[in-house]
Structures are given as structure tokens and as C-alpha cells.
Ligand binder design. Structure first.
Ligand code: SAH
Length: 245
């Protein structure tokens, strides 16, 4: 998969992706990451890319011309680019969207700065707008990295163990159960006995129950949206009766 990011701070993107899982994915050629700076496409003598908003108001707006030229340049890298604008006005990004985007071959991701970008960029070049949450950040780079990271780890061959993706929180609509590693016992507490039992069925049931407890506590909305199976319903009743006693 190829990512081309349009950003006034291209090094921010390239540097952040050089580490860990994503760094290895680049080395293994599972993903390609490049970043283009609209400043390099500015026709202004000083490389200026922003100006004051028409109609008044605070701050500066990124101009259409250099941004659109940079986007068009990035789009040349494949036959079928899909272009996303990072924007607090976009639809909220989620794991299902990450899965959908992991099937795309070429993503062009546009990062705004200042007060935002000229509407003509959106009208002529953008397929969809994505937000990473209901808060305002100072630029689209961190949101772009969020999307690129979550999409990358779904792509086959990026994670060492493909089961990791299937086991992640959200992958089956529940939050993940608590996890432990060595040592078995320390001054911070003991590992629950069941995990040491070697009884896979007992462990599966314990993990499912813990997932339900965590989801009920932190994200009850997920439980409402989910068609519970008989086992999950039984465990949920058990959890509620334990809470009462
Ligand atoms: N004045 C704008 C916000 C500009 S913030 C407004 O009210 O909508 C500057 C840039 O940061 C935006 O153009 C966008 O690219 C990025 N950004 C800020 N918050 C974001 C969020 N929650 N999700 C995605 N991108 C965001």
C-alpha cells in the first residue's frame, strides 16, 4: 500500500513512521510512505501558501493553488488514488473505516494547518473528510499518522502474528481482556490463576467474561449495538448478579 501525505511539515510524517511496526513495514516494502510539501509547489516568490480569509475572521487559510498542485502530483503515483482530508468536520474515524481503507492501494492524505484550507481544494480533489475525534488539533499531521498507523497494522504481513489483528479491541465489537506476562508473582500482584491452568476452554471463558466486564464499564454503548450470543448473555447476567452481591 502507498501513502502520500500532503503536509507543510513533511518530516513530521516521515520521521514518525520510521519506528517500530511501521518502520519495519516500510523496510519490508509492505507500505510506502512519502510526503509532499505544498510550499514546494507555491508560485509565490517567498513560497507563501496561506492568506487571510475572505469575509473576515481570525487566522490564515491555506491557498488552493499550491495545495491542489501537490495533491495532483501525489495522485500521479497510481491509477486509483483515494484522497482523504483530515478535518474536524469529517466523519469520525473508527476501526471499521481502517479495515475499509486497508483495501485501498493508494491513499493520498491531505493535512490542513492554521484555520483550515480553501474550500475549492475540497470541491475539486477530496473524496472524503475524516476526523479523529471531537477536538481541535493544530494540524492534520497527527490525525494522518493515526489513520496511517491503524490502516498499516491491518495490512497482511505488517504484524508478525496475523492473529494480533483478529484479537484486538473492537475487532469483534468488545474491548480486550486484561493481559499479563512474566513474572507470575511480584510486589505489584499475582497473575490470575486461571491463566496458568493450561485449560484453554476455561481461559477462553475467563477472557470473554473480562472483555464483557471492561466493555460494560467503559463502553456500554458497544454492548447495546451488539447482538449477544447465548454464552455472552449468560456471562453478562452472571456479571450483573455479582455486582449486586
Ligand atoms: N478552523 C477549523 C480548524 C482548523 S485546525 C475548524 O473550525 O474546523 C487545523 C487543521 O488541523 C485542520 O485543517 C485539520 O487538517 C486538522 N485537524 C484539527 N483537528 C482535527 C481532527 N479532530 N481530526 C482531523 N483533523 C484535524
Amino acid at each position: 500500500m502507498r501513502f502520500d501525505v500532503i503536509s507543510l511539515f513533511p518530516d513530521l510524517i516521515k520521521n514518525a513512521f520510521a519506528y517500530g511496526v511501521t518502520g519495519r513495514a516500510i523496510k519490508k516494502k509492505k507500505i510506502t510512505v512519502d510526503a509532499l510539501n505544498p510550499r514546494d509547489f507555491s508560485t509565490d516568490i517567498n513560497g507563501r501558501v496561506d492568506d487571510r480569509p475572505y469575509g473576515g475572521g481570525p487566522g490564515m487559510i491555506i491557498q488552493a493553488e499550491p495545495m491542489i498542485t501537490a495533491i495532483k502530483e501525489a495522485k500521479k503515483n497510481s491509477e486509483n488514488p483515494h484522497t482523504i482530508l483530515m478535518s474536524p468536520q469529517g466523519k469520525i474515524f473508527c476501526q471499521d473505516k481502517a479495515k475499509e481503507l486497508s483495501k485501498v492501494e493508494h491513499l493520498v492524505i491531505v493535512c490542513g494547518r492554521y484555520e483550515g484550507i480553501d474550500q475549492r481544494i475540497i470541491d475539486s480533489e477530496i473524496d472524503e473528510e475524516c476526523s479523529v475525534g471531537e477536538y481541535i488539533l493544530s494540524g492534520g499531521e497527527i490525525p494522518a499518522l493515526v489513520i496511517m498507523d491503524s490502516v498499516s497494522r491491518i495490512i497482511e504481513g505488517v504484524l508478525g502474528d496475523p492473529d494480533s489483528v483478529l484479537n484486538d479491541t473492537f475487532s469483534d465489537g468488545l474491548l480486550k481482556h486484561p493481559q499479563y506476562t512474566r513474572p507470575e508473582s511480584s510486589k505489584y500482584g499475582k497473575v490470575p490463576k486461571v491463566l496458568l491452568s493450561g485449560d484453554h476452554e476455561l481461559i477462553r471463558k475467563w477472557q470473554l467474561k473480562q472483555s464483557l466486564i471492561k466493555t460494560k464499564e467503559n463502553r456500554p454503548d458497544l454492548l447495546k449495538d451488539r447482538a449477544l450470543n447465548v454464552e455472552e448473555e449468560g456471562l453478562l447476567e452472571e456479571i450483573m448478579s455479582e455486582e449486586k452481591s
